[in-house]
Design a protein around this ligand. Structure first.
Ligand code: ATP
Length: 236
């Protein structure tokens, strides 16, 4: 089944066009990446999927349901988890409070506690620091927290905007290992990344976004061996 479908999306900020005729398909269980330079429109795609920016043209479907006009919180309730660029944890809340915020929709107490335990198992570091204010955590720890917070709502599809941003290479690799593990457990992943090399190593399939248009789409392996991609994104 298709988890996500973007159909001919055009998006604008005022007069300026950020996305032109963007179509993307993601099947259940895939790990897909969108690579592109600064300002290519990657974050705008994420915002359109989440309902934080309204496209001027085109439709968005989640599990065959048209969500183009749905509110962001209703999209979240359907199973779309979002890890925004720059992580955006609640700085003054503790680690545990941040996680509980991520699961605020879950009314079943037991399920909430189970999810919290699951996060702590996946990220022992967060358990050790559960009473610490999020703002006092390192960049890598905050990225862990942002991922764990998104997991608290049991997402079907995880949207990740620039996991590499502001992290040392070793922490980027660690974060990607965790995302791969989650993918292995059945979560569908869409990762947008400026770090094309790392993204194409982690994902199965990729799209190349250039000034708001999809110019290429292929398996990650083929993209890694594509001369144009090598020249423009892999720094040959
Ligand atoms: P980056 O990797 O630098 O975050 P990106 O690929 O995520 O870039 P977007 O943030 O989606 O790119 O931006 C796409 C284009 O839209 C850019 O030209 C940007 O300047 C413009 N843009 C983004 N947000 C706004 C806004 N709120 N108002 C006006 N223009 C915007």
């Amino acid at each position: 089944m298709k988890v996500l479908r973007l159909e001919n999306i055009d998006a604008y900020y005022g007069q300026s066009q950020a996305l032109t005729d963007v179509s993307i398909d993601i099947k259940e269980g895939e790990f897909v990446t969108i690579i592109g330079a600064n300002g290519a429109g990657k974050t705008t795609i994420m915002k359109c999927i989440m309902g934080l920016h309204r496209p001027r043209r085109g439709r968005i479907y989640f599990r065959n349901r048209d969500i183009t006009n749905m509110e962001p919180w209703d999209r979240a309730a359907l199973g779309i988890g979002y890890i925004p660029e720059g992580r955006r944890v609640f700085p003054d809340l503790t680690v545990e409070e941040n996680l509980r915020m991520g699961g605020y929709r879950i009314v079943d107490r037991k399920r909430l506690e189970n999810n919290l335990e699951k996060c702590f198992r996946l990220f022992p570091r967060l358990k050790e620091r559960k009473s610490q204010a999020a703002r006092t955590m390192s960049g890598g720890e905050q990225q862990m927290l942002a991922i764990a917070r998104a997991l608290m709502s049991d997402p079907v599809l995880l949207l990740i905007d620039e996991i590499s941003m502001g992290l040392m290479p070793i922490l980027v690799n660690h974060s990607l290992e965790i995302v791969k593990k989650l993918h292995g457990e059945g979560i569908t992943v869409l990762l947008v990344e400026q770090n094309a090399s790392k993204a194409l190593k982690a994902a199965d399939r990729g799209y190349v976004l250039e000034t708001g248009r999809i110019t290429l789409q292929d398996t990650s392996e083929n993209l890694r061996n594509n001369d144009e991609v090598i020249r423009a994104y892999l720094g040959a």
